[in-house]
Design a protein around this ligand. Structure first.
Ligand code: VGL
Ligand code: ZN
Length: 210
């Protein structure tokens, strides 16, 4: 069995002080560091939301739109986000306490200004893939654990795509190593993941404490 850990968007932008903060988002960092140090994983991958400054998901690109309103992007409904994780800025860097020395591979996403990319595997319109599924297949991954920010967006869509794009791979969501933007949508996101075959676990399952 080849075990991989996929860390979603543990960046300054999604932590307190960032441009699109997940409440207490930084508190997952010690849990994630413990998971990486556990020796459980053969491979550790991290995704990085990496938007050009003119990304079409930014409310600032849509005159009259406020952040968190619904809008349109390339003919599809799209949440209007605050400007966040702009390429090359501090906001886009990994959280400074994340032990990046243990990361084997970084998957950037969200670079196309005309489509958002919540999933680390493909754009929201599902036409272009990042290539991450091929990378994991080439490495022979059979178990994929997913954690990070935000549970109700990028973590959820990455987990759902993992189930669909990596047949035969056991996909698990590590609940206490993840946090979301809105408690109500987090609950729905977890139910959605479970109903699609994602196993919900906690870090103690991995760390052997239960
Ligand atoms: C995310 C909204 C916009 C995330 C990224 O990482 O969950 N959410 N861009
Ligand atoms: Zn984004």
């Amino acid at each position: 069995m080849t075990k991989a850990l996929l860390l979603i968007d543990i960046q300054n932008g999604f932590c307190p002080g960032g441009n699109l903060p997940v409440p207490a988002g930084d508190t997952i960092v010690p849990v994630v560091n413990a998971l990486m140090a556990s020796g459980h994983y053969d491979l550790i991958v991290a995704s990085q939301d990496w938007h050009p400054a003119n990304h079409g998901s930014f409310a600032s690109m849509h005159p009259g739109k406020q952040p968190f309103e619904m809008g349109m992007l390339s003919g599809k409904q799209q949440v209007m986000w605050p400007d966040h994780c702009v390429q090359g800025t501090q906001d886009a860097e990994f959280h400074p306490d994340l032990n990046i020395s243990r990361i084997n591979y970084i998957q950037k996403k969200g670079e196309n200004p005309d489509v958002d990319s919540y999933s680390a595997f493909r754009d929201n319109d599902q036409t272009s893939t990042t290539g991450l599924h091929t990378y994991l297949q080439e490495k022979g991954v059979t178990q994929l654990d997913i954690a990070g920010l935000a549970t109700d967006f990028c973590v959820k869509f990455s987990a759902l795509d993992a189930v669909e794009m990596l047949p035969g791979v056991t996909t698990r969501f590590i609940q206490d190593a993840s946090l979301g933007i809105d408690p109500q949508t987090v609950e729905a996101a977890i139910a959605d993941m479970q109903s699609h075959g994602v196993h919900v676990i906690t870090s103690s399952t991995v760390l052997g404490q239960d």
